[in-house]
Ligand binder design. Structure first.
Ligand SMILES: C[S@@+](CC[C@H](N)C(=O)[O-])C[C@H]1O[C@@H](n2cnc3c(N)ncnc32)[C@H](O)[C@@H]1O
Length: 246
């Protein structure tokens, strides 16, 4: 992965004889990103990019699932799909299911779009938006399953509310996840796994499956994600939870 390295020096501190230099890394913008995204316009909806996310979330912009997929098969949603290996391989395994994959960073999403295009997958559609506004795109009870694969664990207390399994998010998902529909989560982070279990229970979800070492207990039809491969190579156990909306 290519990164750009930025260097900042705080001039006001420098005047006082204090020299502070902070380095921070960010992913280099992919070449021809806009053109590459445009070439995939038929399989992606790009969020309008409004600055006020809270306000944007309130304005419905329902996805016409029937016309996108041309059928009324069940719809599964992956939130934070990264480069799309999981959703593309899972969609190939399950042609009778429609998949929507959400990713907020277009620089990452573009690889998922090109993967789906190259495979000519008809049952995958992408949404370039933040999970914070998802409820505006889906009707009540329109989604049968949500996948949360290696969501950022955000261990710092101050970022707790941004974890994708925080009750704020679970209540948001409940606006479009069917009753009896499930959230399937995988993570390598034990604290995040324990936090998520508590969160599901506190929001009335029923835990129907728990695994603390997926490599030792493989699940048929469960596809390995990009991050899962990396963590397995480092010998980390993978946790898996299935939580059902009551
Ligand atoms: C650690 S990566 C995991 C990627 C992939 N699921 C995997 O398992 O390889 C987490 C991904 O979730 C995306 N993400 C994080 N927070 C998000 C949010 N609030 N809304 C949408 N995507 C988000 C990140 O941009 C990143 O691509």
């Amino acid at each position: 992965m290519k990164y750009i390295c930025y260097r900042f020096t705080f001039k006001n501190l420098q005047k006082r004889g204090v020299y502070v230099t902070i380095f921070y890394m960010r992913m280099r913008k992919k070449s021809h990103l806009e053109e590459r995204m445009s070439a995939c316009a038929d399989i992606v909806k790009i969020a309008d990019g409004g600055k006020n996310m809270k306000l944007s979330a309130l304005i419905p912009d329902l996805l016409p699932l029937g016309s996108i997929f041309g059928n009324d098969n069940p719809v599964h949603l992956e939130i934070g799909c990264g480069k799309g290996k999981f959703v593309c391989e899972t969609a190939k395994l399950y042609p009778g299911v429609n998949f929507i994959a959400v990713e907020k960073i277009s620089n990452v999403l573009v690889e998922a779009l090109e993967h789906a295009k190259a495979e000519n997958l008809r049952n995958v559609y992408f949404l370039n938006c933040a999970a914070e506004v998802l409820q505006k795109y889906f009707e009540e009870e329109s989604i049968s399953r949500i996948y949360l694969n290696f969501s950022n664990p955000l261990p710092k207390e101050g970022y707790k509310k941004q974890r994708l399994t925080h009750p704020v998010f679970l209540n948001r998902y409940s606006t479009f996840l069917k009753r009896g529909g499930e959230i399937v989560q995988k993570t390598d982070d034990r604290d995040f796994y324990l936090f998520s279990l508590e969160s599901y229970k506190s929001c009335g979800y029923k835990i129907t499956y728990i695994c603390e070492d997926l490599a030792a207990n493989p699940v048929e039809g469960d596809v390995e994600t990009e991050h899962e491969k990396l963590f397995k190579e480092r010998g980390k156990p993978i946790y898996r939870i299935v939580a059902v909306r009551q």
